[in-house]
Design a protein around this ligand. Structure first.
Ligand code: PA5
Length: 447
């Protein structure tokens, strides 16, 4: 197995008995998932996706990515939630959190339509001035307000800048195969479309065109990404937690939840993984947070956050939370700390040391300190931060999350709670059909 899980530093809080007590429930949950006999089973397309993905579309994605690379300085990716987090997580994880600032032969990639902030929209419009642009709008439903507003803006921008024919070539829509506003618009305007499969929900869609097109534009090897996910698909099936680290992770995190923990903190020691943490937060929060159940996912980048949140975790974290640390064993681009004459900063004890070694000692020191402070640490280890391992990790977490959802007894594939704010927002904006709600809400707000 490419990824290794260890609960060694949670042993004080989760005993072998706790694990054994959950084992049969977890195996049942995994079987429910794999047999498609649980709630939400219409959304299991992601399970076999790394093997069954549409190979013709995959080639089309590569072609479109080449076109964008050859014709644009900037790719605007419009989408929210599952329609952008996965792509951004992989691009930043593999390339850098500073991807857009790097010297490179691929376009800058700006993500927009993931908020309703005019400031942030205007910033991106400004960044596009004088640049050749392409747009990839991603929305399964085709009707989500945030990306719809941004798409209106960038459609206009592309239409003003290029001829009608040229503009149509520069807009790529990733949406439902047959229906929805975006599909209709694409047919009318002649935009190239890619498909969000019916049976894959937003937060499980990173390995479809949703994630793959922007990822490929960034020059990332999507074959290796899919290979990692496919190896995970093949390897993470065993119905014994001794031989299946995904199952063991699902069991241990649920045992910690049963022992009263409320939060799972996803930790990485690589700043480029900050967006992967965001992707994890959506995956787990939208999947598990139902019926008053579920762990609230939070995240940290260490050592950065050891200088802000570390105090709280060390001294007050114990009753509340545990940490799940994703660790990479090797780095490609290390830095050797140099000897300095005079040793004014007192750092010569580190001369000749790799920075990755210092990072690892920080990790080990924190592991011991936080465990000592009562915060259980789960460790997920990968060989390195590359396409293959990230693909593997994506599948590992998707499956662990779905299995966890069934252990909890909820439907991990719906998100009914996401609708409540939308209903209120539409009513307050005066959208036709919401007149009655508007009156009540305005009264409540004292407007
Ligand atoms: O995971 C999900 O289903 C959601 O986060 C959606 O991805 C998000 O709400 C965007 O939806 P859509 O792609 O329909 O615009």
């Amino acid at each position: 197995m490419s990824i290794k899980f260890s609960e060694k530093f949670a042993a004080k809080y989760v005993s072998q008995n706790d694990i054994e007590a959950l084992e049969s429930k977890a195996i049942e949950a995994m079987n429910t998932l794999v047999n498609g006999s649980g709630e939400g089973s219409d959304y299991l397309g992601w399970l076999e996706l790394p093997k069954n993905f549409d190979k013709t579309e995959f080639d089309e994605i590569k072609k479109a990515a080449e076109y964008i690379k050859n014709n644009a300085d900037v790719l605007i990716v419009i989408g929210i939630g599952g329609s952008y987090l996965g792509a951004r997580a992989v691009i930043e994880g593999i390339k850098s959190e500073n991807y857009n600032l790097l010297k490179k032969d691929t376009p800058n990639i700006y993500f927009i339509g993931n908020s309703i902030s005019p400031e942030s929209l205007n910033d991106i419009v400004e960044l596009c001035e004088g640049k050749d642009i392409c747009v990839n709008v991603i929305s399964k439903s085709g009707t989500t307000t945030e990306p719809a507003i941004a798409f209106r803006v960038f459609r206009e921008l592309v239409n003003k800048k290029y001829s009608k024919e040229e503009a149509a070539k520069r807009i790529f829509c990733t949406t439902d195969k047959n229906k929805g506003t975006l599909k209709e618009l694409s047919l009318r305007e002649g935009y190239k479309t890619f498909v969000v499969p019916d049976d894959v929900g937003g937060r499980y869609s990173v390995l479809t065109a949703v994630g793959l097109l922007p990822i490929a534009v960034a020059g990332i090897n999507i074959d290796a990404l899919m290979k990692g996910a496919d190896d995970a698909r093949k390897e993470l099936c065993d119905d014994s937690s001794k031989d299946n680290d995904m199952l063991r992770y699902a069991i241990v995190r649920n045992a910690l939840y049963n022992s009263g923990k409320k939060l799972e903190c996803f930790v990485s020691y690589e700043p480029s993984m900050a967006m992967f943490n965001e992707w994890l937060k959506q995956l787990f929060a939208e999947s598990e947070g139902k019926d008053g159940k579920g762990l609230f996912p939070v995240s940290c980048i260490f050592s950065t956050d050891l200088h802000s949140l570390g105090q709280f975790i060390q001294e007050c974290g114990a009753p509340l939370m545990f940490e799940t640390v994703v660790k990479f064993n090797n780095v490609d681009n290390d830095y050797i700390i140099r000897e300095e004459e005079g040793n004014i900063d007192g750092l010569n004890f580190l001369s000749g040391e790799k920075m990755s070694t210092v990072n690892e000692k920080a990790r080990l020191g924190t592991l011991l300190a936080h465990t000592e402070g009562g915060v259980a640490n789960l460790v997920i280890e990968a060989e390195k931060l590359d396409e293959y391992n990230l693909g593997y990790l994506i599948y590992f977490f998707e499956k662990a999350c779905a299995v966890s959802g069934y252990i909890l007894g909820i439907n991990p594939f719906n998100q009914p709670g996401v609708e409540s704010y939308k209903k209120n927002m539409f009513a307050l904006l005066g959208k036709p059909g919401y007149e009655k709600e508007k009156e009540g809400l305005e009264k409540e707000l004292g407007l």
